[in-house]
Design a protein around this ligand. Sequence first.
Ligand code: RBF
Length: 359
Amino acid sequence: MKGNKKLLAVAAIILLLITPVLVFSGGQQEAAAPTVEKEEAPAKAKPFKLAVVVPGVAAGSPLYEQLVAGAQKAVDEYPNASMKVVELGFNQAEWAEKMTSIVATGMYDAVISSNPSMPFVSMDLASQFPDQKFIFVDAFIDGHPQMASYLYNQVEQSYMLGHLAGLITTSKMKGANADLKIGIVVAQEYPALNKMMVPGFLQGAQAINPGITLDYRVVGNWYDANKAAELANSMIDSGVDVIGVICGGAAPGVFKVCGERNKYVMYWDDNSYAKAPGVIAGSGALHQSKLVYEVVVDAINGMVDYGSGTKLHSRDGYIEFVSDDPNYISTVPADIRAKQQKVVDAIMSGEMILKIPEL
Ligand code: RBF
């Protein structure tokens, strides 16, 4: 009892002492410490403008859709933040010029974009506008004071997909044939593709059988679904029964042909089983909307470490093989899924290390 009274008295004194502060603060969070208020309150209220640059077209490209969604989620949480989405379109020769016209407005505290070419597309522009800050996801640049970048370990995503492709092509699944041939349809060549994705995919498949070969085809752009379909047909004619697809908006061409001819697709970037149930037999996922959300929140709060390049692995939670989707479970038999899961678990836990090469 005695102790309680003493506590009550102390609480009353504290309340008396802080009441004026609470009254004066008018509900503002920063008002508790007047000295801090002077320096921090205006900084927090300062408008933050973000340019979200889609190098291509968002629709049909999951990583770009996630870029926009992640940025939007962060901006929605901060009343002082706003963003503008700009699509650069499919003509890559125009990208640097279009980026310049965004940056030249001087309006944006940061520009965020996604794909491995964007740091290099922006390099000259960065020296012309030394105050402009850039954030690149799905890209790598280290040591540039105006740029922060985040690179996914695409060897891991690709190995997991290749491993399943290997299991399927050597299986008795209804679309699988006796040939040890898998394929990949890509939109265009770039270092991250040639050094991480294609080798990772093949390495994963060859872990099942070293005799497996890869039929590699290039569409030439990120939108031509008819061309992608033509390539898929020709690959299937030559004995391919599982096709990896990294060609953005052209991918539905491969889905269609594989659906018609009872073959299988491996898909990167997002849980996409529902886009072609029974045809997409394996899907990886990059958690780009989560990454972008976190990085944009940091940018709004002035916490981005410009000058750094960050490498993200499966064990960091940004890369996944989607094994709990009902379409995966109904398309791929349990014994194959069990073998696949062992490798997925080993990669996710960090027990199996697949290094990112120099790009
Ligand atoms: N991926 C897409 O899904 N759609 C695109 O339009 C697209 N355009 C790209 C353009 C360039 C120059 C580069 C280097 C990559 C592009 N990517 C695109 C690929 C993307 O960055 C990533 O590598 C793949 O989606 C696999 O994760």
